[in-house]
Design a protein around this ligand. Structure first.
Ligand code: AFD
Ligand code: MN
Ligand code: MN
Length: 426
């Protein structure tokens, strides 16, 4: 199933005049307020977010999994799905693979396929939270932190293998997320677990090519319920600093305890030049992996406001690896990803509308009310016509979700793949 530019252009015809009307109204109003609308649209077009290979199939819970018809069951099909998302939204120009779920059998063919769809290979993810078939050692009691050297060595080697696989595809970073931790007090020695992890990461770091980054993801709990070895940004940053200049912290929105001030975390990490990657999702309670912007859109905007500030003011921080990290139980995964991509662009566009100079002045004058007005003025602007204009520029859909339905994409995928396919993933 491939969506052609013609399919999308034809479908756009239905909403073109209403888009033009809303765009002209908004663009005129923004221009009269002193904004450069073309610059905002260019920034939106450049902002690309990686799709994780595991988000393309239905997610599960520990109680069960309800599969979604027409799921991709091979790496080729997963890349095709990302191609569909990218054609419609023009903002999903990368895929993030998870090894060993996504080991290519023919590297050249996979690269060609991705190239033809304009898709890059973003960060590669290792997996030491599950035991693989025929593995000699088990990760039941941890991987890089395990008390057994044989287990740690197996997990280190796996990460080096992942780097080598990613290197053949053009990836430039390795993301390490560990499930390591303990379920009961006394089960682990915290200091030993930390030290083992640091030593193991240093071994992996030695295998990192010069132009690569290592991104260290943290999470406060789950699957372990008493302690997690890399529980927060502080531990992640210590481990990154203990490895070297090519190691960074990765922030996943869902990996915080309720009410954490995530915007402050990203601000300080950028100041220190140590924010390497970002996983988008949303949540009500924990690592819920819900559609981006579905629960706390204002928090997402505030985070984006800091990210935009960092991108403009912190040259010491590298370009970030952006990825959606969601897993859906009840929605069509592609529809869910389209909604997430739209929410990300929306928050980004609103953050671009924050008048940074006016905010700085209001902050210096301690005009607290004005500060809030500036942020909320940007947040309350309906920026959707700008997003559609950015997509239209490169042949995307005015309304990606509507076009996805009008063009009967899922129906075509079911016809092609059948009803009983199962995607690898969580
Ligand atoms: C799990 C983790 C984490 C990670 C992903 C891939 O919670 O978000 O990014 O697996 O390893 O969902
Ligand atoms: Mn994540
Ligand atoms: Mn997660």
């Amino acid at each position: 199933m491939k969506l052609t530019k013609q399919h999308i252009e034809d479908d756009n015809k239905k909403s073109l005049s209403s888009q033009n009307n809303s765009y002209n109204f908004l663009a005129n109003s923004l221009t009269s307020q002193g904004y450069n609308v073309d610059t905002i649209i260019s920034k939106l077009s450049e902002f690309q977010v990686a799709i994780p290979s595991w988000a393309l199939g239905a997610g599960g819970t520990r109680f069960g999994r309800f599969s979604f018809y027409g799921e991709p069951s091979t790496l080729e099909q997963k890349i095709d799905d990302v191609g569909i998302l990218h054609s419609l939204t023009q903002t999903a120009g990368a895929v993030s693979l998870h090894i060993p779920w996504d080991i290519p059998s023919d590297y050249r063919a996979i690269k060609q396929q991705a190239d033809s769809l304009n898709i890059k290979f973003d960060s590669v993810n290792s997996n030491t939270f599950q035991d693989q078939k025929n593995a000699e050692e088990s990760y039941k009691y941890g991987s890089l932190s395990n008390t057994s050297k044989a287990v740690r060595d197996q997990a280190i080697q796996h990460n080096i293998d992942v780097i080598n696989i990613g290197n053949q595809l053009g990836s430039k970073s390795l993301t390490v997320w560990l499930a390591d931790g303990s379920c009961f007090p006394g089960q682990n020695n915290f200091q030993t677990a930390f030290q083992n992890t640091q030593n193991s990461l240093q071994e992996i770091y030695k295998g990192l090519p010069d132009d690569w980054k290592m991104l260290i993801e943290y999470k406060p709990y789950e699957p372990n319920f008493y302690s997690t070895v890399i529980q927060d940004w502080g531990v992640s940053l210590m481990l990154a600093n203990g490895c070297g200049d090519k190691a960074f912290t990765l922030v996943d929105l869902g990996h915080h305890l309720p009410n954490s001030n995530i915007e402050q975390i990203v601000a300080i990490l950028q100041l220190k030049g140590k924010l390497g990657g970002f996983h988008f999702n949303d949540s009500k309670y924990g690592d819920d992996d819900l559609t981006v912007g579905s629960i706390k859109p204002y928090a997402l905007f505030l985070i984006f406001n800091e990210l935009v500030y960092g991108m403009e003011n912190n040259p010491q921080n590298p370009d970030l690896a952006w990825m959606i990290d969601a897993s859906h139980n009840v929605k069509d995964p592609l529809e869910d990803l389209i909604q997430s991509l739209e929410a990300i662009q929306e928050a980004y566009a609103k953050a671009l509308l924050v008048d940074q100079d006016a905010l700085r002045t209001a902050q210096l004058e301690n005009d607290v009310v004005k500060c809030q007005e500036i942020l909320q003025g940007a947040f309350r602007t309906d920026v959707r016509p700008l997003l559609a204009a950015a997509r239209l520029k490169t042949g995307g859909a005015i309304n990606p979700l509507q076009s996805y339905r009008n063009l009967a994409v899922r129906e075509a995928l079911i016809k092609e793949r059948g009803k009983n396919t199962v995607a690898t993933g969580l």
